[in-house]
Ligand binder design. Structure first.
Ligand code: NAD
Length: 509
């Protein structure tokens, strides 16, 4: 039987750029089996050796940055500048963090038992690799969310199999080739190309799944993983809110809004997707945002442009539908609001929408496109109420010159992370945990939790007493039971009179 083929197209030009065979379930199972053998050897390597290979990989990424940019731009339609400024910059920086801090995050920890009678035990908790980690990724950052996600898993001693998005598998394939050239052992990092069925086969064989993608697929992944009781981390969609208070630096807020909403054509999980502005500064803020968006240049990735094409027709159609619904219900597009007629590919013009209301899908559902809907609110409390009235809880932004007020709101917003007087920047701090709440998923990438999730935490208890036997061991006796009951009171009951009586009882035997 001939293999099913995936055709990869350049979304900016609609030209076919590659055709790849789909990995069927038997091939995925075979890949996992090969990875298991590679992992057993890899587990025995030192952190120093793993760091050395990561640094070597970083050098190769830098050597091959032109080729990588060719691959990334051709399969996503994003501007070349964003490839260097976002994907490559993030990846090279993240390698430094995992190589430098990874072993510290996984250092064995000594734990002092609080219980007096267990003082003779040495207690240590250690982090062991899970085995073969399956990474299932979306298409919006095809290198960051594949190779980038694999870095901490490899550093922790796992083998990794990546199932990249069917729309953008080429960057991950290139990244894995570079890892092999850097010296990572054969079969330790593999790519399986395919649609949802290939992802399902990976869930059926891997020891853990790190999934990034939509809420609906995330639920399917978790259901399937539940059949085997393997752990999952779910990094899902978002509908991040930005709140602009009347004392904000409006110039900075408008700039951060445009960047936060339109970077990567708005196809970022932590994009600013809805903006709430206090009434007194609403008009001024809208004018500034409109001016900045009007100045943006859209076009093919090699030109000096700010915004490229979207990555798929399907995503563009979702954006069109949300804008059409909003406009039909009274919203107004001050800029954009349509496909860019100058290009054949999936270009949607950067768009500012006003006169929106909270019930419109553009204010409720994830857009994942270059749209900035702005709503006037009467005060900060109304802004927080609107921001929290969402099934999502990924990230967000608050702009205010008052640190106390910004902090008060930050504590009340329901999201996994948040920026004050900034936007998007939390993703590029691999030292700090980042994850979602509500429908945006659970589990963390980055920080100590971002590498520990790829490990089995194991507690080892060592006896240092050299006694021949322990008090609660067999045989049971009435005397022993009495002593245990006295001990229980002595150690756990409050009140000195109770304790004293228990002590006397214990001495009497
Ligand atoms: P998607 O859910 O359609 O697909 C994600 C991946 O899952 C793809 O590789 C796909 O082939 C695979 N898949 C599909 N069905 C599957 C199944 N039944 N079993 C296993 N795997 C299956 O998402 P997408 O359209 O590729 O990506 C966009 C979404 O990703 C957006 O919602 C975005 O917010 C989210 N995202 C989240 C983060 C984050 O960190 N929270 C980061 C980037 C993107």
């Amino acid at each position: 039987m001939s293999a099913q083929i995936i055709t990869i197209r350049n979304p900016a030009t609609l030209q076919t750029i590659a055709e790849l065979p789909v990995a069927n379930p038997a091939e995925v199972a075979a890949a996992v089996a090969r990875a298991r053998i590679a992992q057993m050897i890899w587990q025995g390597t030192s952190f120093a050796e793993r760091s050395r290979l990561l640094y070597r990989l970083r050098d190769l990424l830098l050597d091959e940055q032109e080729k990588l940019a060719d691959v990334l731009t051709s399969e996503t339609g994003k501007p070349r500048a964003e490839v260097y400024g976002n994907e490559l910059f993030y990846l090279c920086d993240a390698i430094g963090v995992w190589a430098k801090k990874g072993s510290g995050f996984l250092r064995a920890e000594k734990i002092r038992p609080h219980f007096l009678l267990l003082k003779a035990k040495k207690v240590v908790t250690i982090y062991s690799p899970r085995g073969v980690v399956g990474i299932i990724s979306p298409w919006n950052f095809p290198l960051t969310l594949t190779l980038g996600e694999a870095l901490p898993a490899l550093m922790a001693g796992n083998a990794v199999i990546i199932k990249p998005s069917e729309l953008t598998p080429l960057s991950a394939i290139f990244g894995a080739e570079l890892a092999f050239q850097a010296g990572f052992p054969e079969n330790l990092l593999q790519i399986v190309v395919g649609y949802g069925e290939t992802g399902e086969a990976l869930i059926d064989h891997a020891d853990m799944i790190a999934f990034t993608g939509s809420v609906e697929t995330g639920k399917r992944v978790m259901r399937r993983a539940a059949e085997r009781l393997i752990p999952v981390s779910l990094e899902l969609g978002g509908k991040d809110a930005m709140i602009v208070l009347k004392d904000a630096d409006l110039e900075r807020a408008a700039g951060a809004c445009v960047w936060g909403a339109l970077m990567n054509a708005g196809q970022v999980c932590t994009s600013i997707e809805r903006v709430y502005v206090e009434a007194p500064v609403y008009q001024q803020f809208v004018d500034k945002v409109v001016e900045k968006v009007r100045a943006m240049r859209q076009g093919p990735s090699d030109d000096e442009v700010d915004i490229g094409s979207m990555t798929s027709e399907e995503q563009l159609s979702k954006v069109e539908a949300q804008v059409a619904e909003a406009v039909a219900r009274g919203a107004k597009a001050l800029v954009g609001g349509r496909r860019n007629p100058r290009y054949q590919g999936y270009y949607y013009e950067p768009t500012v929408l006003i006169d929106v209301d909270p019930s419109m899908s553009v204010m409720k559902e994830e857009t994942f496109g270059p749209i900035i809907p702005i709503l006037k609110v009467k005060d900060a409390d109304e802004a927080v109420r609107f921001a929290n009235d969402s099934r999502y809880g990924l990230s967000g932004a608050i702009f205010s010159r008052s640190p106390t007020e910004a902090w008060r709101l930050a504590e009340r917003t329901q999201s996994g992370s948040l920026c004050i007087n900034d936007s998007l920047v939390n993703f590029i701090i691999p030292d700090a945990p980042m994850g979602g709440t509500k429908d945006s998923g659970f589990g963390y990438r980055h920080g100590a939790e971002g590498i520990r999730k790829f490990c089995q935490q194991k507690t080892v208890v060592i006896d240092r007493s050299s006694r021949k036997e322990e008090f609660p061991w067999f045989p049971a006796s009435a005397k022993k039971t009495r002593q245990i009951r006295h001990l229980l009171v002595l150690l756990c009951r409050s009140g000195w009179s109770h304790k004293l009586r228990a002590l006397k009882g214990l001495i009497k035997g």
